[in-house]
Structure formats: structure tokens, C-alpha cells
Write a protein that binds this ligand. Sequence first.
Ligand SMILES: NC(=O)c1ccc[n+]([C@@H]2O[C@H](COP(=O)([O-])OP(=O)(O)OC[C@H]3O[C@@H](n4cnc5c(N)ncnc54)[C@H](OP(=O)(O)O)[C@@H]3O)[C@@H](O)[C@H]2O)c1
Length: 214
Amino acid sequence: MRIGILGSGLMGGKLGTLFARAGHDVVFSYARSEPKLRRLAREAQGNARHGTPAEAAREADALLLAVHWSRVDDVLKQAGDLSGKVLVTCSLPMNAPSTKLVVAHTTSGAEVLAKKLPRAKVVAAFGTVPSEVLFDVFEARRKATRPSMLYCGEDAGAKQVAATLIRDVGFDPVDAGPLRIARYTEPFSLLIARLAYEGDGGPELAYRFERLGK
Ligand SMILES: NC(=O)c1ccc[n+]([C@@H]2O[C@H](COP(=O)([O-])OP(=O)(O)OC[C@H]3O[C@@H](n4cnc5c(N)ncnc54)[C@H](OP(=O)(O)O)[C@@H]3O)[C@@H](O)[C@H]2O)c1
């Protein structure tokens, strides 16, 4: 697939690199310096290049939105028309110091995003994992036991695209249902971050869903 990265920081830089290593064509966009985007593309060791958000969006089969909540409007404006595009978001609706969610319970960042972009196909994924573990998960992707990753969205085709990307990075995709489930996965992401950085487990702490009973 052709994947446009909107926000090439900790999440976008790493996920874009892994998408490229998994065989996808990747365009890194949106960082404060062009040399950084160029370096990411060079070091991805796959079919990767850098461009503007509009260039990343133009021919993309899927876009990854990975910016701080305060930058969402800016990057979307630069990306231009996203009608019909699959937009996978890991961006959590955090306040400026990233201490709390600015929307929760009755809606979610993913739903707010879908309202902003009614013609795009929004899927929430990757927000429930600390960026630090992504490379290790990718390295271990051929092991029998993979960590789970929840994703949710409305469009079946877009969700299949997201599930493919989740699998390619090394997780076991778990369809959590419609986009409104992000009301629960976004606070869950905060729990994961708290456990990772304030508990004893570190970011390597994984979650896995198992069927209980028969
Ligand atoms: N980090 C995690 O472990 C993690 C886990 C789950 C979810 N998330 C969510 O994922 C999203 C991205 O997080 P992140 O940690 O990847 O953030 P980040 O490292 O700050 O990346 C954001 C990207 O936006 C770019 N950017 C910021 N301001 C800009 C501006 N004015 N002009 C152009 N580019 C600009 C940054 O540029 P520079 O590269 O030049 O700084 C960076 O490439 C957030 O919504 C976060 O809540 C993060």
C-alpha cells in the first residue's frame, strides 16, 4: 500500500519506518525540519520518501495521523481534501501539557475527527501502545504469541486496511467495533501510558485479549 504519514515524530517516524520495512511505500510528512523527514526516509530501509502533507495524502491508500491534538487542524489543512481516504489515527485528544483528555465519555477524539472529515474513513488504531516498544514488537512478529491491538471504525474496508497495517507491525488486530468504542480505548491508552511510565512494568508491559470459557 501507499501510506502517507501525517506527523513524523515518535509514533509517525517509527510506524512509517516499520510500514516501509514491511514492504509499503511510505511518504513521511509534517515535522519541524525537512532534514529530519529526509533522514527518516533514508533510514527506513524500504521504499520511503519525504514530502508535504498534501504530497503524502495525494496518492495514499491510507494515512496515519500522528500529531499532538493541538496540531490536528493545521496538518489536516495542509493535507487538503481527504475525501474517500482511509485515515488511521493514533492521535489522542490531549490538552497542551498532555496530562488529560480534552474530550471523553460522551465522545472521543476519533469521533471528533470523523465529524471534521465526514468524507474520510476514520479508524482509530495504534494509540494504545507506547512508541518505545514498536521496533521490538516488529522484530518478534514471527513468534506464536503477539500482543493484541484494538482498533475501531465504521467502514469495513478501511478497518481491513488498518488490520493489515497492525498485523504488519507485529500485533494481533482485535476489532473493537464502531468508532464510538474509541470513547473507551482512548482512556485505556492513558492507563497503558500510566502503567508504562509510572508503574514497575515499563513500556514493554503488553496487553493481550483472550477468550475466556469455551
Ligand atoms: N509517543 C507515544 O508513545 C504515543 C503513544 C500513543 C499515542 N500517541 C499519540 O500520537 C500522537 C503523536 O505523538 P508523538 O509522541 O509521536 O508526538 P511527537 O513526537 O511530538 O510527533 C508529532 C510530530 O508533529 C510535528 N510537529 C509538531 N508541531 C509542528 C509544527 N508546528 N509544524 C510541523 N510539524 C510539527 C513534530 O515535529 P518534530 O519531529 O520536528 O518534533 C513531530 O514530527 C499524539 O496525539 C499522541 O497522543 C503517542
